[in-house]
Design a protein around this ligand. Structure first.
Ligand code: TMP
Length: 211
């Protein structure tokens, strides 16, 4: 099974993915935790370029192709081999992030993004996607607090530095994707505290995949 977590900056994906993995492992499932960009050695190098605030003049098409390159490596090296040995892959961001950030927010053609995914990545889609939804004002203030207290990486802030209007488009984009694919997306209210968010996710997992 392939499960992804999506949401704006500061939505708590990185914390919740650990809770999901602990919950599933306590029930005997073997999980692989990974993330995009990153997730492989080559991917980590691509991540450094993508998230460096000094890359602020990156062309949106170059950005799209770097995320796609990261994903191509990730799918081949880690995701497919893990799925084919029966593991649950838990991924912090995946293709929906490209549709939303490069498509809805940067304005690249979504048909182009979808066809690139079909051509280069065999259209591999998650079985379940948790959308951790909250207002961007709340998410960004959480993210900057974590950057200031050192619990979030300070040299990976290219997207946190985008305007509020950008983050509003990201949130609206995610909600639109969830509306289009209600069978795959589970919307979680991420404005609640860590434990309450964890409970919502675990309840959804119990209902949706552990029957
Ligand atoms: P994160 O690992 O802290 O979530 O940071 C990854 C950043 O990269 C985040 O701001 C969203 C952005 N991103 C895209 O713009 N497109 C993508 O396809 C992915 C996977 C992430």
């Amino acid at each position: 099974m392939f499960i992804t977590l999506e949401g704006i900056e500061g939505s708590g994906k990185t914390t919740q993915i650990v809770h999901i993995s602990e919950f599933l492992e306590s029930r005997g499932y073997e999980c692989v935790l990974t993330r995009e960009p990153g997730g492989t050695k080559i991917g980590e190098k691509i991540r450094a370029i993508l998230l460096d605030p000094e890359s602020k003049d990156m062309d949106p098409l170059a950005e799209l192709l770097l995320y796609t390159a990261d994903r191509a490596q990730h799918i081949k090296e880690l995701i497919i081999p893990s799925l084919s040995t029966g593991k649950i892959v838990l991924c912090d961001r995946y293709f929906d992030a490209t549709v939303v950030y490069q498509g809805f927010a940067r304005g690249l053609d979504i048909a182009l993004i979808n066809s690139l995914h079909k051509l280069a990545l065999n259209d591999l889609k998650p079985d379940i996607t948790f959308l951790l939804d909250l207002p961007p004002e709340t998410g960004l203030s959480r993210a900057w607090k974590q950057i200031d207290n050192g619990t979030r990486v300070g040299h990976e802030t290219r997207f946190e530095k985008e305007k509020l209007s950008f983050h509003k488009k990201v949130r609206a984009g995610y909600l639109e994707l969830a509306r289009l694919e209600p069978g795959r997306f589970l919307i979680i209210d991420a404005s609640k505290n860590e434990n309450q968010v964890k409970q919502q996710i675990i309840n959804a997992l119990r209902e949706k995949c552990l029957k």
